[in-house]
Design a protein around this ligand. Structure first.
Ligand code: SF4
Length: 411
């Protein structure tokens, strides 16, 4: 989502006559689009921006802007701690930045309640895309779920949906520009009231070969959506469903509004309908009150589903969330050891799953001269002729690794 917003922002500035540069010293304007999900991300952003002190002294006219979730969460504190910053602008207001800069109105612009009610009022014309063949298309933003550990609903605000017509117009425009892969985006992308319709219609646009969607909230995922993916060749066989824990007790404490049995049902349905589809997930280990028995339920779920990839995190309290008030009672050592056990287990099982692909032929879009991704989001490195970026390549898989596949190019 941040990448999509950054692209949109750079597009708005280009319309004002700016050009992008990779060289810090060349720039007249620096924009830092930030993430607040983890404390670590904020610290990194703060220290990175802090290192601009010398540059700002040498080039006092350079404008420094901090936008996005950290700007919303920390507001004036950013300028207090880093006086070199000129503009601090919340996630829904960031598209006003060109106007603010034109007017020379430096300062703090956090999102107001009103600003958060509507999908940001910018026309997405997508001059910029993330790659020559793939385009990001946000369809909703924000979140209504308020999981107790998560800062997102506080910084991004409640769910806002883009109209189906608006989404489809942008997808059509991208297709006309030669984009063949669309990534539909949202914090809980499948909460969009027209989600299924958007999937079907986007997949039917002339020139669109692949449609992905991230991130789905497991509670809103149903068998009908899986069936739509199974019966629509353009919809990628890839489901990222962040389950967070295999224990119903922990899920309840986390404020997640689904049960493990629902998750299991959906995952088994995917495995039955689409045996080669990838299912990936997120886990938090060491949530307050997580017992050895709860953790074992997480391990059991991993054994049952055999995820293609897991993104795993040790719980750490996030200031401003409800769980920050909970007693962080699982020791650092226990969190560390649970994380290691979980990572070892899922990697072992992911390798086993990847071995299913050995001998099979996968169709890829080249993301570099000799690597690309399949419809089920597997990274494949190949031997043989190089491909042009975005080129379609067929590769016979010869070796499986836990996080990728190796193959030989056949066309
Ligand atoms: S669903 Fe929960 S974890 Fe995901 S963004 Fe919303 S509050 Fe955060």
């Amino acid at each position: 989502m941040n990448k999509a917003d950054s692209l949109r922002l750079s597009e708005l500035f280009q319309a004002e006559g700016y050009a992008c540069t990779e060289e810090l010293e060349e720039a007249d304007l620096l924009i830092y689009n930030t993430c607040s999900v983890r404390h670590h991300a904020e610290n990194k952003a703060m220290s990175y921006i802090g290192r601009l002190k010398d540059l700002k002294e040498q080039k006092p006219d350079i404008k420094v802007s901090v936008v996005g979730c950290m700007a919303q969460r920390l507001k004036g504190e950013i300028i207090k701690r880093l006086p070199l910053v000129d503009y601090v602008v919340g996630p829904s207001s960031m598209f006003d930045l060109p106007e603010l800069i034109k007017k020379g109105k430096a300062g703090v612009y956090a999102d107001s309640q009103e600003k958060r009610k509507e999908f940001p009022d910018v026309e997405y014309s997508s001059i910029n895309t993330s790659s020559p063949f793939s385009g990001y298309v946000p369809i909703m933003r924000g979140c209504n779920n308020f999981c107790v550990y998560c800062i997102v609903p506080y910084v991004r605000g409640r769910e806002q949906y883009r109209t189906k017509e608006d989404v489809l117009n942008e997808c059509r425009l991208l297709a006309e520009k030669g984009i063949s892969e669309i990534m539909l985006l949202g914090q809980t992308v499948n909460s969009h009231p027209d989600f299924k319709d958007i999937l079907k219609v986007t997949a039917g646009i002339d020139g669109i070969k692949r449609v992905r969607f991230v991130t789905s909230y497991p509670g809103y995922m149903d068998k009908e959506t899986v069936d739509i993916v199974a019966s629509t060749p353009e919809l990628c066989n890839y489901f990222h469903l962040p389950v967070q824990s295999g224990s119903d007790r922990v899920l309840k404490e986390m404020g997640r509004k689904y049960r493990v049995s629902h998750f299991r049902d959906i995952a088994f349905h995917i495995r039955e309908k689409l045996p080669f589809a990838a299912i990936t997930t997120d886990f938090i280990v060491g949530f307050p009150g997580e017992t050895e028995a709860d953790f074992n339920e997480t391990l059991n779920l991993v054994r049952e589903i055999k995820f293609d990839q897991c993104f795993t995190f040790k719980y750490s309290p996030r200031e401003g969330t409800r769980s920050a008030k909970f007693e962080d009672d699982v020791s650092r050592e226990v969190k560390k050891s649970r994380l290691a056990v979980l990572n070892e287990l899922w990697s072992k099982l992911a390798l086993k799953r990847n071995k299913l692909f050995v001998g099979r032929i996968l169709e890829l879009f080249a993301e570099s001269k000799k690597s690309g991704r399949s419809s089920n989001y597997k990274i494949v490195h190949w031997k043989g002729a190089q491909a042009a970026l975005g080129g379609k390549v067929k590769v016979k898989i010869i070796e499986a690794l836990p996080h990728s596949l190796k193959g030989r190019r056949i066309t």
